[in-house]
Design a protein around this ligand. Structure first.
Ligand code: AMP
Length: 394
């Protein structure tokens, strides 16, 4: 039996139908530019892609179009469950949950923490409940994996009342990906489930690292929001917060605009002035563009510095795991980062590193203790596995 995985964003709806037992993905796709005349449903099946217009469709019409597609493909009947990605679970969810009215109320309470994502996630849940009233619906939270962090890792050194009154603390994100690659890395690295120390680096459009000790996240780099931590495609990562007041004052702009620039106009895009896409930045750097070269240098420097810092909560390092679009595909980023971590005993294997691209997995260092690995992430599969487990136990 298959699981329908849904990831409902503000103007998009990603879906996948996955068999949790064989891990086969039967079909996946994205309905994007929802609410606009250019809305389309883009579908991937058996390695081929197709696209059709669904002009003006909003989430409900888009999900109906997905259900029609699944009917045509003979995949609509016999679904086991629907798994929903939910971005912000605050401190309320330490694991995936069957959706109940109480769970929905708690996700609503987390809207102030995830104002850009949680409302859309809730729309997806509501529509899926209407379309599949007899199926178990499961919420899988980006933040849940990091709920095992101790107070010393999640408490900011700010007035304590902010935590009590407004929930100001580190939550962390990409938890589904960090959990998935940490599990997969164990078998690849030959590490025991009850005694390992990993740093997982999810490097995509958004980037974060997690320190994983014996299957539990003990620290991570994203914070109250996904803005904190590593340099990313358009996000600055950690910077001095006084920048906001300084630039707002100097340019006579509202502080919110400066904050928006830290989220959307910084990172690779902001420094290079070219693109948020690592491929473009790498090509420009190789062609001699100085600012692209600087952006690439900062990206790898901050990453290496962060990995080293995360060895503190771990006490030792068994493996560093690279995943996400950049982590899986960019041999350049891995090599430059690893060269700065040689003092930890990580020694890059240039040939193995160059051989890894999307869909391949394995070691990219010469040594075994510690080692660095590429492990392709699959958040949709992790959501399907969680949803299947909860549906079968219900
Ligand atoms: P994701 O969010 O995980 O899909 O990752 C998307 C990012 O991966 C893109 O913005 C690119 O920066 C990066 N990426 C994908 N392919 C490559 C590649 N071959 N080399 C470098 N970066 C890549």
């Amino acid at each position: 039996m298959n699981v329908l995985v849904l990831n409902c964003g503000s103007s998009s709806l990603k879906f996948a139908v996955i068999d949790p037992d064989t891990t086969v993905e039967h079909v996946s796709g994205i309905a994007q530019r929802l609410g606009s005349p250019e809305a389309s449903l883009d579908v991937r099946r058996n390695g081929s892609r197709s696209s059709r217009p669904i002009a003006g469709a909003r989430h409900e019409a888009a999900l109906r179009a997905v259900v029609d597609l699944l009917r045509d493909l003979g995949l609509a009947d016999g679904l086991l469950a629907v798994g929903h990605r939910v971005v912000h679970g605050g401190s309320k969810f330490a694991g995936s949950m069957a959706i109940t009215p109480e769970v929905i109320a708690q996700v609503e309470e987390c809207v102030p923490l995830g104002p850009l994502h949680n409302p859309s996630n809730l729309v997806g849940i509501r529509i899926a409940q209407e379309l599949f009233p007899s199926l178990v619906q499961v919420g899988v939270f980006d933040t849940a994996f990091h709920q095992t962090m101790p107070p010393v890792a999640y408490t900011y050194p700010v007035p304590y009342e902010w935590l009590e009154r407004h929930g100001v603390r580190r939550y962390g994100f990409h938890g589904t990906s960090h959990r998935f690659v940490a599990q997969r890395a164990l078998a690849l690295a030959g590490l025991p489930a009850d005694d390992h120390a990993l740093v997982t680096a999810h490097l995509g459009n958004g980037c974060s690292c997690a320190a994983v000790r014996n299957g539990r996240s003990v620290d991570t780099t994203m914070g109250l929001t996904p803005l904190e931590g590593l340099m990313m495609g358009t996000r600055s990562g950690s910077v001095d917060p006084a920048i906001i007041g300084h630039v707002a004052g100097a340019e006579k702009r509202p502080p919110q605009e400066v904050l928006d620039a830290l989220n959307k106009g910084s990172g690779l895009l902001g420094v290079s002035g070219l693109s948020n896409d690592m491929r473009t930045v790498e090509e420009a750097a190789a062609a001699g563009n100085a600012r692209a070269g600087l952006a690439l240098d900062i990206f790898c420097y901050v990453l290496a510095k962060t990995v080293a810092a995360l060895v503190v909560p771990l006490g030792r390092l068994d493996a560093l795991v690279f995943t996400g679009g950049i982590g899986e595909n960019s041999a350049t980023v891995r090599e430059r980062t690893l060269r700065q971590l040689e003092f930890l005993g990580l020694s890059v294997d240039a040939a193995a590193n160059a051989a890894h691209g999307r869909g391949t997995r394995g070691r990219v260092t010469t040594g075994l203790k510690p080692q660095a690995l590429v492990v392709p992430t699959n958040e949709e599969l992790m959501i399907a596995l969680d949803a299947a487990g909860i549906a079968r136990a219900a």
